[in-house]
Ligand binder design. Sequence first.
Ligand code: BG6
Length: 291
Amino acid sequence: MLSELKRLFAIPGLAFEQGDGGLLRAVVNTPACHGELVLQGAHVTSWVPAGQQPVLWLSQKSNFDKGRPIRGGVPICFPWFGPNAKDSSAPAHGSARLVEWQVVSTLSKEDGAIAMGLATSIDPFVLNFDVEFGRVLRMTLRTELSKDATSPQSFEDALHTYFAVSDIRTISIAGLETVAYIDKVDQAALRPASGIPIQFAGETDRVYVDTRADCLLMDDGMKRVIRVSKSGSVSTVVWNPWIDKSKRMADFGDDEWPAMVCIETANVAAGRIELSPGESHATTAILSVEA
Ligand code: BG6
């Protein structure tokens, strides 16, 4: 499998290797950036633009095991978000992050970015994930409902991006000031728009239900602003587990919570997507570092 991947898809700036836990991964090293993607889950685990600190956060306690989720980077949540509404034994955030994806294409682009295409299927959907590692990180999850499906089907998705931050207590996130949200730390109450950028003083788990806006992650401690742009996404989820929830998660270090925040490009809850047989939908997130 590894030798086959190398033979068919390795190109200058993109190598394949066996990573932690024996999981196969792609490693990008170009003048523009360093990047890593684990084939299980088509899971981006690292993106470091040249001259910058790592943009993505990855837990020191993450599992790297066949069939278990990785804690950090960009898990792909599909075809549901959070617990399964009908089956509590089904995996949280769906099975896309747990299954092996196939590499279908690799390409070195004119602007120096490395583009990879990956595919899998989760019946009755066919999934394609296109990622470009360059000065920006561009990710598109394309979902097609099989032509053979007998009726329309709906799904939720999320590019569940974990960002590294200097200290959650000093950062802020702009872009969602005018958007109402579901507050998952308060019995899923619907809260009105706050009118101000998000600041963090406790466990935060919010689904901003109806927004196509960019977010700006402002981090004075790291002297950077990260822009999260998106298309094909009507929801944004913002999450930090804070102290108690961190302790309850075996794959999340007790003291790691100050160093991360999730801004998730999503279609969830009322924003779930319905497709007719043969139709497709693309959800795109574009990350860039500003001054
Ligand atoms: C977030 C959810 O997107 O993911 C949280 O809003 C959840 O409620 C978090 O705790 C992590 O989920 P998991 O399944 O990766 O532990």
